[in-house]
Write a protein that binds this ligand. Structure first.
Ligand code: SF4
Length: 703
């Protein structure tokens, strides 16, 4: 549907998609979005990509949930339970808010009383505001009474945060991506900003055009390769070998920053000793990159006046994801390429509020501002704030919760805005777990693959209907404002969480997001200087920010690190192969990810008409040469299988992947990539290995 005419109002808000956090102007008429423009935000300076500009009509999709639903007593529950979102009434019936909320709360209370507090868990969402994320984790910690709360950060940058917290006691970026314009050398490793952070990619291209050396390190080619000084197309899974070979070169050729190391680091001797075994000559075969190229890039990185590193899921989603990031930290620290403008470490965040949701404690190990749940002093602060005793043990993570359901240790779940039936590895296993739950409450805007399994569905607010704060990849806290009214009986997420909390015996009286924000600001030193009223005036302020009259710190760690002794801890890393290597039966390497037009599990972008028209169906991407060898034509249906399952998809010729490798986007419910992926976890970040498993592709028989 296309809406035409003059806008009645133009609302200053944000893009609901990636972590870049573009500021938008939403033009509205008759409670419908006419168009979306960019604004002069610090992360986009008027720019928008196709998702931000054309991806907002999902909010008015005809299958939008507008009434609470309760599962019919005779509706089947099984892993392959599917409900027609346009006609859910074979499985669900309408309910009033009173009935749905009572049913939801009573189900949780019954399980808590019968099986104990650890039998409940919650998945919050990085698509919600900081206020919604804070309330969700507070509900799990105070009404469920455990720390079994997590969200999709576990599936994207958990290993990055594990390594950054270990090394620097901070999980956020050290410099904004716009600092690339001040860099002389830019490394992007394991990320595809052209697809996944398109507006950030424009800054990287601009920097390259201004003369910065752009180094793309990735097993796949990508749009930015065209602008690169070097593309190191290393073999999948060889990240640690490549990075340690660079560290070896820098030490071997005496290109380290001795003064910086002495003043700011611990553990250099161990890293140097470890690097002796990683000469580029010894690693070239493993990496698939010749030794001289590795040395040349390492020299350029170390000797540039300002070098900066960006990374994404290609680094983090491995069983050695934490080691990959530890190696990046060492690389930056031994060369002093951190803490100054144009330098640093930047894990590009995937969802528009994955940074903020983590900051406000939507993870099982920490309260807001990354304060450990097992630290007595911290716990006392939150016990005082929330008025009750809190669980001192860290909770379970996303994949651990799914496994605990299968083991009958968790029986009730509250899911807000997450879609584990599509996003979790080995998704059939995840769906079996959802179907096994005694009580599943899903708060959503659509009847997603996860909501199919729910006992109670609570219709919630879409992004253009929300007011609240969101924190982007640059640590910029930004204000989103509502452009549309809620449809039907849908309610604001913060209101729904509060109603549930009160039905579970709490006594919350928030009157809106501002109350919630100002509550967590009292215990988050990082945003001390960023009041709600200031955000209303200024729209975006970077944290850490100590007082209302300072702009916030865009570049951090110039004067030491927030560790006990002010130094960054360097950790040596060793080679750990992917958990599942190709073999005779499954000879190919499968990797998964996003497309430019589709975002995450597709719940929003598949319902955005322009985006879904451009990319309407799931396909498996393969190198044309390999397709020729196997007599597979573009557009032909093929079967892709791994040890966990099989899906049928159309073949797509794609020169970005190498022969022997296949790529499947994970947003298509018709051929879910995550039916295939390996749930093996990185031992530190507990992140699954989405980026590597053994697979095979077969032609479908035509007779
Ligand atoms: Fe939205 Fe990200 Fe595109 Fe900006 S770059 S418009 S935040 S999807």
């Amino acid at each position: 549907e296309v809406y035409l005419g003059e806008a009645e109002k133009v609302v200053n808000s944000l893009c609901p998609y990636c972590g870049v956090g573009c500021q938008t102007k939403i033009h509205v008429k008759d409670d419908k979005i006419l168009k979306v423009d960019g604004r002069t935000g610090p992360a986009n300076e008027n720019r928008l990509c196709v998702k931000g500009r054309f991806g907002m009509d999902y909010a008015r999709h005809p299958t939008r949930l507008t009434k609470p639903l309760i599962r019919r007593d005779d509706a089947p529950k099984s892993w392959d339970c599917e409900v027609d979102p346009a006609n859910p009434y074979t499985h669900f019936r309408d309910a009033t808010w009173e009935e749905a909320l009572d049913r939801a709360a009573k189900g949780f209370l019954k399980i808590r009383e019968a099986k104990g507090r650890l039998a409940l868990a919650g998945f919050g969402s990085a698509k919600g505001s900081n206020e919604e994320a804070y309330l969700f984790q507070k509900l799990v910690r105070t009404a469920f009474k455990s720390n079994n709360v997590d969200h999709c950060t576990r599936l994207c940058h958990a290993s990055s945060v594990a390594a950054l917290m270990e090394g620097m006691n901070s999980g956020a970026v050290t410099a904004p991506f716009t600092d690339a314009l001040k860099s002389d050398l830019i490394i992007i490793i394991g990320c595809r900003p052209g697809q996944n952070h398109p507006v950030a990619a424009t800054y990287l291209k601009q920097a390259a055009k201004k003369g910065a050396k752009l180094v793309v390190m990735d097993p796949r080619k990508q749009q930015l390769t065209r602008h690169a000084w070097k593309h190191l197309q290393f073999k999948p899974g060889a990240d640690v070998a490549l990075l340690n070979a660079m560290i070896h070169t820098i030490i071997d050729e005496d290109l380290i920053d001795q003064q910086y190391i002495q003043a700011n680091t611990d553990g250099y001797e161990e890293v140097a000793e470890n690097a002796k075994g990683f000469s580029p000559e010894a690693m070239e075969e493993l990496c698939g990159i010749d030794a001289e190229t590795i040395r040349e890039v390492a020299r350029a990185y170390a000797t540039a006046e300002r070098s900066i590193i960006f990374w994404g899921m290609g680094v983090s989603q491995h069983v050695h994801g934490t080691d990959n990031v530890r190696s990046l930290i060492s690389l930056a620290a031994i060369t002093g390429q951190i803490g100054r403008e144009g330098t640093g470490l930047h894990p590009l965040r995937g969802q528009n509020n994955v940074q903020g949701a983590s900051d406000v404690g939507l993870i099982p190990m920490v309260y807001p501002d990354y304060k450990s749940v097992s630290d007595v002093e911290t716990r006392n602060i939150f016990q005082d704030l929330w008025g009750m005793e809190l669980d001192p043990e860290r909770g379970l993570t996303v994949v651990e919760i799914i496994n605990a359901i299968i083991a009958d240790e968790i029986n009730g779940m509250y899911v807000m805005g997450e879609n584990p039936a599509m996003s979790d590895p080995d998704a059939k296993h995840a769906r079996e777990a959802l179907a096994k739950l005694d009580h599943l409450v899903v708060q959503e805007i659509f009847l997603t693959e996860t909501a199919f399994h729910a006992d109670v569905v609570l219709p919630a607010s879409a992004f253009p209907e929300k007011s609240g704060t969101f924190t982007n990849t640059n640590r910029q806290v930004q204000m989103a404002r509502p452009a549309l009214n809620l449809p039907g009986d849908a309610k604001q997420d913060w209101w729904i969480i509060q109603e549930l909390a009160n039905r579970m015996g709490l006594n919350w009286t928030y009157s809106g997001p501002k109350d919630v924000y100002e509550e967590f600001r009292t215990v988050m030193a990082s945003i001390k200087g960023i009041s709600w009223d200031r955000l209303e005036r200024e729209d975006a302020v970077t944290y850490p920010c100590d007082s209302e009259d300072e702009p916030g710190h865009a570049v951090i760690f110039g004067e030491g690190f927030p560790t006990a002794n002010g130094r960054v801890k360097l950790v040596p890393t060793d080679l750990l192969p992917p958990a599942e290597l190709p073999d005779e039966q499954f000879p190919m390497v499968l990797t998964t990810g996003r497309l430019l037009e589709h975002w995450h599990t597709g719940a929003m972008t598949r319902r955005a008409s322009v985006l879904d028209t451009i990319e309407p169906e799931g396909q498996v991407h393969m190198h044309p040469k390999w397709m020729d060898e196997k007599d597979i034509s573009p557009g032909e249906m093929v079967a892709v299988s791994t040890r966990r399952g099989a899906v049928q998809l159309k073949a797509r010729a794609d020169r970005d992947v190498t022969p022997g490798m296949i790529f499947i986007p994970f947003c298509f419910a018709e051929g879910p990539a995550n039916f295939l992926t390996n749930p093996q976890l990185d031992p530190f970040g507990k992140i699954p290995e989405f980026k590597f498993c053994a697979a095979k592709v077969e032609k479908l028989k035509t007779d």
